[in-house]
Design a binder for this molecule. Structure first.
Ligand SMILES: [Zn+2]
Length: 280
């Protein structure tokens, strides 16, 4: 629990309304940095902006390259009684989904506009809006001179859209806390996160099959989905997805393994077959 000066906190709540335009301007600024992934390796300028912003709010900051031109930024503000109060990480990713040629944008996705009370631009929801809102409130706290009892660690990371490990690098660097808030799109619902595991599994077999013969393959995850549902046995592509609540590491959780994907097909002539997997 944090103790904050109550009158100042009330002022912050008023400022959130009074200075709303500043927050929208900040979100637009973040969106204007073109950081789609793929191709990635394009977040350096945006991350430098975030570092400056955090420095202006009296955070102690660190920036390091996770990949060339794709740095993480972490800002820390120590609480005045850190040993007795809990700490919070606020985390968001700077990369945004790629812009494909078949998307029906009416305007430049990196030149955001407000239309019908909505901010439109690539990453407005996922997740530069969340980054902007978090940075904005940290600035309001700073302006009001609110000192928190516990530590606040702000992380602007890279690599979320393409399965790279910006946040993991922060953990490995020693940034931990009692709580973490990931400000990704959620309609303001706070949801738990069980974690995600991605990787590759290579299975060696004396037999090889073309994808057209997939009925002769062993389907990853077996034939049963959690809850006793029976998968169709004639064509693995028609199988229902596994219950997303399946416990991580269980056999059922691996039902999301996709046999016969592109990577697999390209290696179909080899004895070792590789499948991507993604399970929550
Ligand atoms: Zn996201």
């Amino acid at each position: 629990m944090w103790m904050v000066q109550e009158g100042r906190l009330e002022q912050v709540l008023k400022d959130i309304d009074a200075k709303k335009e500043d927050m929208i301007t900040l979100a637009k600024k973040l969106i204007s940095y073109e950081t789609p992934a793929p191709p990635a390796r394009n977040t350096a300028d945006a991350q430098a902006f975030v570092q400056d912003y955090l420095n202006d709010c009296a955070f102690t900051t660190e920036k390091w390259d996770v990949y060339p031109n794709d740095p993480n930024v972490v800002g820390t503000k120590k609480g005045h009684d850190s040993s007795h109060f809990q700490s919070l990480i606020i985390n968001g990713h700077m990369d945004v989904a790629e812009v494909r040629p078949d998307e029906n944008w009416e305007t430049d996705p990196f030149d955001p506009i407000v239309k019908e009370n909505r901010l439109m631009g690539r990453g407005a929801a996922d997740m530069k809006g969340g980054l902007a809102a978090s940075l904005f409130v940290l600035r309001l706290f700073h302006e009001q001179g609110i000192e928190l009892s516990g530590d606040v660690i702000f992380q602007s990371v890279i690599g979320e859209e393409v399965g790279e490990a910006g946040t993991l690098q922060c953990c490995r660097r020693g940034y931990t806390a009692d709580f973490a808030l990931v400000v990704d799109t959620s309609h303001l619902h706070i949801q738990g996160q069980g974690g995600v595991v991605t990787g590759w599994i290579t299975i060696k077999d004396p037999q090889t099959y073309h994808d057209a013969n997939r009925r002769q393959m062993i389907h990853a995850g077996g034939r049963h989905a959690p809850g006793g549902k029976r998968h169709r046995e004639d064509d693995g592509d028609d199988r229902e997805p596994a219950d997303p609540g399946a416990p991580l590491g269980s056999f059922e959780a691996l039902s999301r393994l996709s046999a016969g994907n592109e990577h697999h097909q390209s290696r179909g002539h080899r004895r070792g077959k590789t499948c991507g997997f993604y399970c929550r």
